[in-house]
Design a protein around this ligand. Structure first.
Ligand code: PRE
Length: 321
């Protein structure tokens, strides 16, 4: 059995690691924690890892821009699978700390956004100390407590940290508050990313992710791009614009479409994009985590496209009956 190496946002205990556990147990795979999403994807590009697991979208923030931007440029990578993880936090601090004394809270920027209202209500005026991941401050606090120096924890840049509930035990920390979240149903969507070369087989409930640039200075170019999907009955579940970065006003569209590249309607939409748009990057077709099959509208099933193509072939052969 090939043991795959997975790069992901560490240190241990992140939600990303929770997503990775749904994909491969640490008994059957090598876990390679990284300091950021860009490094996890770079490890796949350089061949130091076989796969990366990265957050791509959350109910709080929408697209994870570090992931979207890294996938949109550079050596091509493809998405192989998606995984959903419910997200709630535990506020941790050194033993003996009181919620009323918390002035500085360390948190990943996405965690901060997901808990903003809770923080305003329970630690009003607390300053955000940004962290590179949800467990980076947990590791710092744990090291400070383990050092045996009673002043080490006081010397940290924060009084408390928002961490994934599972990280509390991993780092031997004390919870100050649990189930911290503005939205108790918050979800983060993660993707498993690999080098190009394989497209997961269609399941009937799939997603296709694309990066599309529009022609410059063309009125209605965005509408024309969207029509490629609409005319073929392809529903979009996410579309967002990201700056291309070379000039103001130039944007790249990151798109999740329902369906698989082998579906006729998705294939036809892709051909339309290829004809109309200056740049289309295919980031893969993979099974939907919720396994919900798309609604197929009248005239957009595979058989409808096949039949329409043979009708056209008959017309071209002079058969107009
Ligand atoms: O995986 C983690 O724990 C992270 O720190 C990253 C991340 C993210 O990038 O969105 C993951 C889940 C939460 O939405 C907040 C932060």
């Amino acid at each position: 059995m090939t043991v795959l190496r997975y790069a992901y946002l560490g240190p241990a205990g992140t939600f990303t690691e929770e997503a990775l556990r749904q994909v491969a147990s640490s008994d059957d795979a090598v876990y390679l924690p990284q300091t950021d999403v860009g490094s996890a994807l770079a490890a796949v590009r350089s061949g130091d890892a076989d796969r990366a697991v990265v957050a791509i979208e959350s109910t709080a923030e929408g697209g994870v821009t570090a992931t979207l931007d890294s996938l949109a440029t550079g050596e091509p990578l493809v998405l192989l699978r998606e995984v959903l993880v419910p997200v709630q936090f535990t506020l941790v601090a050194a033993p003996g700390a009181r919620l009323a004394d918390v002035r500085r809270v360390s948190a990943h920027p996405h965690a901060w956004v997901q808990c903003r209202r809770w923080l305003a209500a329970h630690v009003p005026g607390a300053v955000h100390v940004p962290a590179t991941s949800n467990t980076a401050p947990a590791a710092l606090l744990s090291d400070a407590l383990a050092s045996g120096d009673p002043d080490a924890a006081r010397g940290l840049a924060f009084d408390a940290a928002l961490v994934p509930p599972a990280a509390v035990a991993t780092y031997g920390l004390v919870p100050l508050a649990e189930r911290v979240a503005d939205n108790p149903s918050a979800l983060t969507r993660f993707v498993v990313v690999g080098p190009p070369g394989e497209v997961p087989a269609p399941t009937g409930a799939d997603k296709t992710t694309l990066v599309v640039h529009l022609p410059d200075n063309e009125a209605g170019a965005l509408l024309a791009m969207l029509e490629q999907f609409a005319a073929r009955g392809v529903n979009l579940s996410r579309i967002e614009s990201r700056p291309i970065g070379d000039a103001l006003g130039r944007y790249s569209f990151s798109i999740d479409a329902e369906g698989h590249v082998t579906d006729e309607r998705v294939g036809e939409a892709l051909m339309g994009l290829h004809r109309r748009c200056p740049y289309v990057r295919f980031l893969g077709s993979y099974p939907r985590a919720d396994a919900v099959a798309p609604l197929v509208h009248v005239g957009t099933a595979d058989a409808d496209f096949v039949e329409a193509r043979s009708w056209l072939a008959r017309l071209r052969a002079g058969d107009v009956t």
